[in-house]
Structure formats: structure tokens, C-alpha cells
Design a binder for this molecule. Structure first.
Ligand code: NAG
Ligand code: NAG
Ligand code: NAG
Ligand code: NAG
Ligand code: NAG
Ligand code: NAG
Ligand code: NAG
Ligand code: NAG
Ligand code: NAG
Ligand code: NAG
Ligand code: NAG
Length: 677
């Protein structure tokens, strides 16, 4: 059994000094060449020798109940060789022979990621210096996640992901991603913080909901179970305490979430998962229940041609320079630069994104106790402020920036169809006697339109806003026509109104574009203008259904002036008996349109063009040659009627068919009532 040969430091071997051979427990001083063991510098070595193993420790003799930094060696061949950092196994090496030159790299990172890691996780910073990443700092901003190891990935769908999860402790911070202006880029939108006995939901606008109830937060710290919360002008701050010790801090300003969690380590590093632990672990971290079923449907959109990726990357590279360089030792800027340029090469620099990634880096530095005082003035940014605080946006909108103001803007998937068609909402909804048009509030804001000043033709008719779904509705109906203009041509009757802004001349200047949005509903003229009617039959009903508005047209014949006794198919109408013929529409607004009988004629056969034929009404008036015809009401509303005395075609016996040509007329004054020329 050979004792291990310890090359305690380069100095000894280089000067040719004999390696130290150790056979019993002892303490060695290595102050002449201190060893850096997983970030800690040691000047002493404590060696324990037992029958089966050697323990070479740096912070006191090996003690299985203490968290010592040690190297443990088996005494057999091959010799197993383990590096213990605070008693966690950091590296294992099997040494094949006793006189091998195999070496174990003990320059790993103590706190890299959620576990003590070997050399593979030492990151090279941009200056090429090997160093360990910051302690348990995770930044989620826009679509990107910079995990605790400094790896960066982008979320590409609109689902919810665990950022940090520890099933043993039953704690989780979950991030939900949604699209903003573009459908193909997702942004962190809200957080759900779950701790035993408490669940908090953090949203844009500094809103925090506990069990669905909005909390009234201010700069005074309030305690909820294990969580302390307060809100300042920059965002919401939360810290979680276990037995009085703050184990995790969280900051969220509606766009960026930062999680700093040094003291959670003691609860078992290996039990942590989520995107903050490994930013590539999308499938393991995806939250099935919380995500909407269509959240991973991909969207594509043409690239934004206004983006100059070179210029954007130059700006992201500001993180390489002062004042940010003073924090480089603490936090590697490289993943933040990657996150910044990856996002801003595909999404425009709007809604504060120009400074968001710089701010996220600065905030990460300050959470690691390295404040970059006044970084914003050097980077030409506004001081960190959550400008969206207390803005409540509907589900289809997010809080963004428009002309320097924080407003609710439309999310891409919600508004893309309207943007493509250049409209502000769905087409007008027309129904019997009413028309309604609904605009998306967020589209109006984007266009800089203040809905509250808009009105219909009649100035007293304003839009009505629904706060819940952020819509503005304009409508008119027959009791409240709001200045509707009804026009009719040969084929259609059109009801039109205009949504307009007040006259510009009402003030010296105006900031509102002149708005004029026409909306209309149409009805078709009776398609078959000829209504066949056999005197002996009962009434004729026609449904006129094409076009946006339905209505029916009925033709009936009566034998009394009160028009109550319908001509019965079984009763013969006597020659020279007076008959009243009534035409009526159902489903039209008699205040706006009138039914006009243009002409009526009779034939002995069912075809309206058959001969012989006899005119009763011509151009809306009685046939001057027949004194028995009396047009009693025509063009006044949706009901018109006339009377005549029954006749028969000479030489033919039997049936008389009546045909009428009708027209819908837009009522203006009494313009629809035919007059004899
Ligand atoms: C900040 O990060 C550095 C490097 O990881 C670490 O040494 C330092 O202790 C951290 N500071 C605080 C206050 O956590
Ligand atoms: C290690 O060696 C020291 C000094 O000889 C001794 O006091 C201690 O009990 C030893 N520990 C173990 C675990 O062998
Ligand atoms: C914050 O809110 C709490 C409870 O709503 C109130 O007692 C306290 O005075 C408020 N503090 C400030 C600084 O407004
Ligand atoms: C992160 O997760 C990905 C996907 O699950 C995996 O391939 C990769 O090895 C993980 N990285 C680390 C450092 O664990
Ligand atoms: C993009 O930006 C770079 C650097 O600011 C500039 O040199 C280049 O001309 C720009 N390209 C275009 C197409 O504007
Ligand atoms: C941060 O730094 C300041 C001064 O440098 C110090 O007083 C404070 O204790 C530090 N905080 C932490 C959490 O390390
Ligand atoms: C908006 O909400 C109102 C009432 O809650 C509802 O009547 C209306 O249909 C909704 N509009 C849209 C476009 O969802
Ligand atoms: C017509 O519109 C007014 C105001 O919008 C409404 O109060 C009324 O109920 C509507 N009438 C009908 C018949 O729809
Ligand atoms: C009649 O009006 C309708 C609806 O406005 C229109 O589509 C149609 O072209 C017009 N027809 C004629 C002949 O002007
Ligand atoms: C607005 O201007 C139009 C056309 O110039 C005019 O007919 C109308 O009376 C004006 N309305 C008001 C309220 O000034
Ligand atoms: C038109 O009328 C028919 C029959 O009454 C009905 O089924 C249909 O829903 C109506 N259409 C509209 C747009 O009102």
C-alpha cells in the first residue's frame, strides 16, 4: 500500500523538492503556495489517514458531520478519488496507477448554478478570464431567460413555464408568456408564486392578486404567510422567508422578473428545476394545466424591415462598457447582450425595450449588491420606473408605450385580422331596426383616437365603453335613429350613419385627426317585384332574406273597408264587389323606409306577362281610366293598400291574378308618397 504522493503546489515540484509522503494524520502548511479550491483560498492542509481512505481537507480535519472542503482518496488500486465541496461530491476520478500524473481540477465554481459544479461550468467571460458566474441570479426579460449558470434561451410560444420549482419545499415561481405587438415573439407577462399556504399572481401594472383578490400594496412591507411584499415606483418586490431567514428575493416590474436565491441552497440543490435552473429545459418546465391549449400554436409574421440588427447589437454592446463594466466581476454581461440582440433583431425597440435589457443587467447587479448608480443617464435611458403601474389592460391587451405614455395596446393575435383589413373592429351588426358597430379600445388608442369625443350624425349619440373587454360600441335603432341617413336605389335600401369627431373649428388647434367612419346596413329591394295573387286564394307571403336585413312581404285581399274579412278561398268574390288589397312588410322600420306600390295589374293567367292584362295602378296612382280604383295609403310606411271593384276578363271565366311592382323608399319628409302629375 503506497501512500499518495501529493503535489501540493507547483512551487514544490518546480523547485525539485521531494513530494511529501504522508503515512499518518497530520497538518501541513502551504502558505507559501496557497491553493484555490472551488473559489476559496486555503493555506493549510489537514490529512486524516484511516485503514481504507485518506481525507485531505483544507478547513479542518475531516468530520462527516461537518461541511468540509476535502479530497477523499481510496487506498486501493485503482484508487478512487473524490472532490468534496462542503461535503457535496463535486468530481470523481479513478486513478489507474500509483505513480500516475493524473490531476483533478479543483478550480470549479462553488455556487455555479444550483449545485457545486466542476470545471465544465466555469464560464469564460468576454475578456477570456475564467471565473464563476453570479450566485443564483436568474433574469427573465421579454422572451429570454438568463439562468443561474448564465445560459440564455428564448421562450418561443405563449405558454406558462416553471422558472423555479422545488417539489420538496412545495414552492414554485411560474412565468406566463404572451405575445405583444407581434404574434411571433412572446414576452414574460405574469408570474404565479406558489408557496405553502399562499399563492400570489403578479401582473403588469404592479398588480398582485392573492387568491384572486387584488392586494393594496405600497412602499410599506406587508407580510403574507412566508412572503413579504412591497411596491415602489420601480415594481413589486417580494422576499420569501423560511424560519426568519430570507431565502429568495423576487422583483417584477411587468416586463422583467429577477430572482435571487442564495440561501435556498441549504434546502437541497438537487431538488430545484425550472427554466431559471436550466434555460433549455422547456419541455420539463412547461406547465400543462396553466397553459391554454393553443399556447404552442406557432405564428409567423414577416420580419420587421425597419429593424437594423447591426445598430441594435451595437446598442446591446453598451453592456461591455462603463458604467456596466464595474459589475462585470459580479455578473457576466454576455448572456444579457445575447438576450438583448436576439430579441431586438426581431422585435422593434418600442415599449421601453430600448433600455429594458440594460436595465435588467443593472438590476441583476444591484440585487447582487453592486449598484450601477446613474447607469441610465449614460445609456440615455429614463430612470427605472414602472410606468405601467395601475394601468389595467383587458386580456387582449398589454401595457405598452405610445408617444411616451403608458397605454393598453392590442396583443398581436387579437388584433392581426383587424390590422390586415385596416379596420377597428368587426363589421356592423344589423338586426331589425338597429345597427351596432364595436371597436377594440386598444386599436382606437393605437390610432390616437379618443372615443369619448366621437359621435354619430346626431351629436348626442356617443360610443359606449365596456371596461371589461375594452370595447367601444356605437349603435342606432328606430327609437333612437341618431341621424341615420336612409337611401334607396333599384336594388337596395341602405341605412347609413357616420362616426365622426367634433368639428375642428371648435378650438384654435386640434390634436385629433378628423375622424369619419361610415357604417351601414342594407336591405334588398323585393327581389321579385311582382307578387302573384289569385283573388280566390288566401294571402301571399314572401320572405325576402338576402342582404343583411330580413323582412317579409305579405299581400292580402279583404272584402271590407276595415280590412278584417280576408278573401276566403271558398267564397267567390262577386263581380263589382269592392275588394281591398293590402301589402305589408314585417321587419322594416316604418319611420325610416316606406313601401311604395309602383304599379298593379291583373291577368287571367298566373304569368304576370300574359295577355290580356288590365292596369289598376300606374306610377303609384290609380289608373285614371278606372274610376273604381282607390289608392288609400301608399308610401307612408310599411303598410300600403288600395281598393277596386271586382271584374272579370270578357270572354274568359274564372280566375283573376293580381301583380304588383313594389319599391322600398328611404323616407325623407313625405317624399315617398306618390303624387299624380
Ligand atoms: C455577487 O456575486 C459575486 C460573484 O458571484 C459574489 O462573490 C458576491 O458575493 C455576490 N454579492 C452578493 C451581495 O451576493
Ligand atoms: C483526523 O485526524 C485528527 C488528528 O490526528 C484526529 O484528531 C481526528 O479524530 C481524525 N479524524 C478522523 C475522522 O479520523
Ligand atoms: C400602506 O398601506 C398600509 C395598509 O393599507 C397602510 O397602513 C400604510 O399606512 C400605507 N403606507 C404608506 C406609506 O402609504
Ligand atoms: C438543460 O436541459 C437540456 C434539455 O433538457 C439538456 O439537454 C441539458 O443537458 C441541460 N443542461 C444542463 C447544464 O443540465
Ligand atoms: C445600420 O446601422 C449601422 C450602424 O449604426 C449603420 O452603419 C448602417 O448604415 C445601418 N444600416 C441601414 C440599412 O440603415
Ligand atoms: C451590500 O453592500 C453594502 C456596502 O457595500 C453593505 O453594507 C451591505 O451589507 C451589502 N449587502 C449584502 C446583502 O451583502
Ligand atoms: C364585451 O362585454 C359585453 C358585456 O360584458 C358584451 O355584451 C360584449 O359582447 C363584449 N364584446 C366583445 C367584443 O367581446
Ligand atoms: C334603442 O337604443 C336606445 C339607446 O341605445 C336603447 O335605450 C333602446 O332600448 C333601443 N331600442 C330598441 C327597440 O332596441
Ligand atoms: C344600390 O345600393 C347598394 C348598396 O349601397 C350598392 O351595393 C349597389 O351597387 C347600388 N346599385 C346601384 C344600381 O346603384
Ligand atoms: C361641423 O361642420 C359641418 C360642415 O362644415 C357643418 O355642417 C356642421 O354644422 C358643423 N357642426 C358643428 C357642431 O359645428
Ligand atoms: C332571417 O330570418 C330567418 C327566418 O325568420 C331567420 O332564421 C334568420 O336568422 C334571420 N336572419 C337574420 C340575419 O336576422
Amino acid at each position: 500500500m503506497l501512500p499518495p504522493l501529493l503535489y501540493m503546489c507547483a512551487a514544490i515540484t518546480l523547485t525539485g523538492a521531494a513530494p511529501v509522503s504522508i503515512t499518518e494524520s497530520t497538518t501541513l502548511s502551504i502558505s507559501s503556495c496557497p491553493i484555490t479550491f472551488f473559489e476559496k483560498v486555503y493555506t493549510e492542509v489537514y490529512v486524516n489517514v484511516s485503514s481504507t481512505r485518506y481525507y485531505i481537507c483544507f478547513d479542518g480535519f475531516f468530520d462527516s458531520s461537518l461541511k468540509r472542503d476535502c479530497i477523499e482518496l481510496g487506498r486501493g488500486i485503482p484508487m478512487d478519488f473524490q472532490v468534496l465541496v462542503e461535503q457535496y461530491k463535486a468530481a470523481t476520478l479513478a486513478v489507474q496507477s500509483s505513480d500516475t500524473d493524473d490531476m483533478v481540477d479543483i478550480s470549479g465554481c462553488r455556487y455555479a448554478g444550483w449545485s457545486i459544479t466542476g470545471p465544465k461550468n466555469i464560464l469564460k467571460s468576454h475578456v477570456g478570464k475564467r471565473r464563476c458566474v453570479g450566485k443564483y441570479m436568474c433574469t427573465v426579460t421579454g422572451p429570454t431567460v438568463v439562468d443561474v449558470l448564465g445560459s440564455v434561451s428564448s421562450v418561443e410560444d405563449r405558454c406558462s413555464y416553471a422558472l423555479i420549482r422545488n417539489n420538496r419545499l412545495k414552492i414554485e415561481i411560474q412565468g406566463s408568456f404572451r405575445e405583444r405587438r407581434r404574434t411571433d415573439v412572446s414576452f414574460l407577462d405574469s408570474l404565479t408564486v406558489t408557496f405553502p399556504r399562499i399563492e400570489l399572481h403578479l401582473e403588469q401594472g404592479g398588480r398582485v392578486l392573492k387568491d384572486g383578490v387584488l392586494l393594496d400594496l405600497n412602499s410599506t412591507v406587508q407580510n403574507f404567510e412566508m412572503i413579504d411584499l412591497f411596491k415602489d415606483h420601480t415594481g413589486v418586490h417580494a422576499s420569501a422567508k423560511i424560519q426568519g431567514v430570507t431565502v429568495m428575493s423576487l422583483f417584477f416590474d411587468g416586463d422583467t422578473a429577477q430572482i435571487y436565491a442564495e440561501d435556498l441552497v441549504q434546502y437541497g440543490l438537487q431538488y430545484f428545476s425550472g427554466l431559471c435552473v436550466n434555460s433549455s429545459s422547456f419541455s420539463d418546465s412547461k406547465h400543462r394545466q396553466q397553459s391554454s391549449s393553443s399556447c404552442d400554436t406557432p405564428y409567423t409574421e414577416p420580419a420587421d424591415s425597419t429593424i437594423n440588427c447591426t445598430a441594435v447589437t451595437d446598442r446591446c454592446n453598451l453592456l461591455m462598457d462603463a458604467p456596466f463594466s464595474s459589475c462585470h466581476e459580479e455578473i457576466d454581461p454576455a448572456p444579457y447582450i445575447t438576450a438583448c440582440s436576439d430579441t431586438l433583431c426581431k422585435y422593434p425597440e418600442v415599449d421601453g425595450l430600448r433600455c429594458q435589457f440594460l436595465g435588467a443587467y443593472a438590476k441583476a447587479c444591484s440585487m447582487n449588491n453592486s449598484t450601477l448608480e446613474g447607469w441610465w443617464s449614460e445609456a440615455e435611458c429614463p430612470p427605472p420606473t414602472d410606468s405601467c403601474q395601475d394601468q389595467l389592460c383587458s386580456d387582449g391587451a398589454f401595457c405598452g408605450e405610445l408617444d411616451g405614455d403608458a397605454v393598453c395596446l392590442c396583443r398581436g393575435t387579437k388584433s392581426s385580422k383587424y390590422r390586415e383589413s385596416g379596420t377597428l373592429g368587426d363589421p356592423a351588426v344589423c338586426s331589425e331596426g338597429s345597427a351596432t358597430v364595436t371597436f377594440l379600445g386598444c386599436l382606437l388608442r393605437e390610432k390616437g383616437i379618443d372615443y369619448s369625443v366621437l359621435h354619430l350624425n346626431d351629436e348626442s349619440c356617443k360610443g359606449e365603453r365596456d371596461e371589461g373587454n375594452d370595447t367601444v360600441t356605437f349603435s342606432f335603432n328606430s327609437t333612437n335613429p341618431c341621424g341615420v341617413v336612409v337611401t334607396a336605389n333599384d336594388s337596395h335600401v341602405t341605412y347609413e350613419n357616420t362616426i365622426m369627431s367634433p368639428n375642428a373649428s371648435s378650438g384654435v388647434i386640434t390634436r385629433q385627426d378628423q375622424i369619419s367612419i361610415d357604417f351601414s346596413c342594407t336591405q334588398v329591394q323585393p327581389e321579385m317585384k311582382t307578387v302573384g295573387f289569385r283573388v280566390k286564394d288566401s294571402s301571399v307571403v314572401q320572405h325576402i332574406r338576402s342582404g343583411t336585413l330580413n323582412y317579409t312581404l305579405t299581400m292580402k285581399a279583404f272584402t271590407d273597408a276595415g280590412r278584417t274579412t280576408l278573401v276566403d278561398p271558398n267564397t267567390d268574390v262577386l263581380l263589382n264587389q269592392k275588394v281591398w288589397v293590402e301589402l305589408e312588410t314585417d321587419g322594416l322600420d316604418g319611420n325610416l323606409v316606406a313601401l311604395v306600390i309602383d304599379s298593379c295589374w291583373a291577368t287571367s293567367q298566373s304569368s304576370p306577362t300574359s295577355t290580356p292584362s288590365y292596369d289598376l295602378i300606374l306610377n303609384g296612382c290609380e289608373n285614371p281610366d278606372d274610376r273604381t280604383v282607390d289608392v288609400e295609403k301608399n308610401g307612408e310606411g310599411t303598410l300600403s293598400y288600395f281598393a277596386f271593384k271586382m271584374f272579370d276578363f270578357s270572354g274568359k271565366s274564372g280566375e283573376v291574378y293580381l301583380h304588383c311592382e313594389l319599391q322600398l323608399c328611404a323616407k325623407k319628409d313625405n317624399s315617398c308618397i306618390p303624387v299624380t302629375e
